[in-house]
Design a protein around this ligand. Structure first.
Ligand code: A3P
Length: 321
């Protein structure tokens, strides 16, 4: 994923050498492009999308900052949209045989020739993608047609997001040596994380969700944990696929929540053993799945500093995390 020996084409190498560069917490280096930090493979994917991606009517994009519950949301959305073709209680449900990343791919990790082969909804005119790309860096083809595409943005408490990322960085075998909590913290606070600064990425989608509530749904990891039924119904309504009375009475909402719960997903073989891409195993996308785990990792000063940055960045926006 971050092999310094990977050869890119000359145009991309020239671009990289013209960009600000910083050591980062997961991969070796990140480059600042249009205000956000990317590893070279991620940046290559972003540029590919910007140049070549053509959205279809009804495409759905799950957008997150890394470690905000992307995998969970992929499962939920997939199960929700495919509930007729794949009832959540069937023994052969795709989520019991495939990792969420195989059912809902990351847009920026696909090559342009793969965009069109994504086929993960009952409606051929609708595809589900996940992405970490900030709204300003999304392909213009998507933002220009937000009237047709829909975005589900999932955010997470910043302190939990950082702690999850820190553990992930050390689980993934991408750096020459483990990263210390202090170094990881400093990078994160400077905004040097994938598609970071995380605050700017969240804020961009928050503003978009306020401007276009029918097109951008802003969700929170913590609310999904506390009131999953309410949030799942909210999601279904937003996508124009509300649960019918019959579905409600049959317990379908609970069944989807249960299929996608941390407990169920971590029992699925492929999520325990499979490989995501070099350096990342599927299991590295599951750790504790809790709210407030930052208390077990951050010092009081670190927590206060993240709170302070969050407060400053979001002041006046109406967004609280
Ligand atoms: P923790 O490291 O705090 O446990 P992402 O999918 O964006 O990479 O996010 C990973 C985080 O989401 C990890 O958080 C992971 O444990 C958690 N997660 C994964 N699946 C989940 C699920 N089904 N329910 C709740 N949290 C989940």
């Amino acid at each position: 994923v971050d092999d310094e020996t990977v050869q890119y084409n000359k145009e991309f190498e020239d671009l990289l050498s013209s960009l600000p560069k910083e050591r980062s917490l997961v991969t070796s280096y990140k480059y600042q492009y249009q205000g956000f930090w990317y590893s070279p493979p991620l940046l290559q994917g972003v540029i590919n999308c910007q140049k070549h991606f053509k959205p279809r009517e009804n495409d759905i994009f799950i957008v997150t900052a890394p470690k905000s519950g992307t995998t969970w949301m992929k499962a939920i959305l997939y199960a929700l949209i495919n509930r007729e073709a794949h009832p959540p209680q069937t023994l052969h449900h795709p989520l019991l045989n495939k990792a969420p990343r195989d059912l809902v791919p990351f847009l920026e990790f696909l090559s342009p020739s793969e965009y069109d082969s994504v086929c993960n909804s009952p409606d051929r005119r609708m595809r589900i993608f996940a992405t970490h790309i900030p709204v300003v860096n999304l392909p213009k083809s998507i933002t220009a047609s937000l009237s047709n595409c829909r975005v589900v943005y999932m955010c997470r408490d910043i302190k939990d997001n950082f702690v999850s990322l820190f553990h992930f960085a050390n689980k993934a075998n991408l750096r020459p040596s483990p990263v210390s909590l202090e170094d990881a913290f400093n990078s994160y606070c400077k905004g040097v994380s994938a598609a970071g600064p995380v605050w700017d990425q969240v804020l961009g989608y928050w503003i978009e969700s306020q401007k276009k509530p029918q097109k951008v749904l802003f969700m929170r990891y913590e609310e999904m944990k506390v009131e999953p039924k309410l949030q799942l119904r909210r999601l279904a309504n937003f996508l124009g696929m509300p649960f019918s009375l019959e579905e409600e009475n049959s317990g379908l909402v609970d069944q989807i929540i249960s299929l996608c719960s941390f407990e169920s997903m971590t029992k699925v073989d492929v999520n325990k053993t499979g490989n995501f891409v070099d350096g990342f195993t599927n299991s590295s996308f599951f750790r504790k799945g809790l709210v407030g785990d930052w208390k077990n990792c951050l010092t009081a000063d670190m927590a206060a500093k993240l709170d302070q940055i969050t407060e400053e960045k979001f002041r006046g926006s109406g967004l609280y995390l």
